[in-house]
Design a protein. Sequence first.
Length: 198
Amino acid sequence: MSVLICGVDEAGRGPLCGAVVTAAVILDPAKPIEGLNDSKKLSAKKRDQLAELIRRDALAWAVAEASVEEIDRLNILHATMLAMSRAVAALKIQPDEVLIDGNRVPPQLQIPARAIVKGDATEPAISAASILAKTTRDAQLLEMDRRYPEYGFAAHKGYPTAAHLAALAKYGVTPEHRRSYAPVQNILAQGNLFAGDE
């Protein structure tokens, strides 16, 4: 029997807002998916097309997350590890080995696992996970953009761009912002909360 390899990756460690999203994917060797790569190297249109193929053709896939509250309570590293272990646990088939993008293995995993630096560019299963995580988080940010149009979430996806920081200073901190992140703390120190929260 062939060894079932699961790839795991995350999206959203650097942004100032929203959940950190992770995905776990076990690809089907009988149904190879062409064009898999690090999600950051693909266009949004290509990512969406590949995400559809991954959901259709993978042996198993799961998406999980850690909330803003968990990120603030645990810190982003521990929240990411927790979300990764949740994604693996949610798979309908348990893999024989887990390949994690990066340099750390979640301590919660009960399955043999290896961390691979830049694995999202070299391991197809990790590439697939990176695509699912990124497209899921991007969809969440578009939803956030509809709720808080002043902040430009659709454009900067929550990263600390000049436009995002200017919007934070002008409109205040929303419930979606990570209060443990320094730029958000700086705004909170000025007592600047989003007016819609009153």
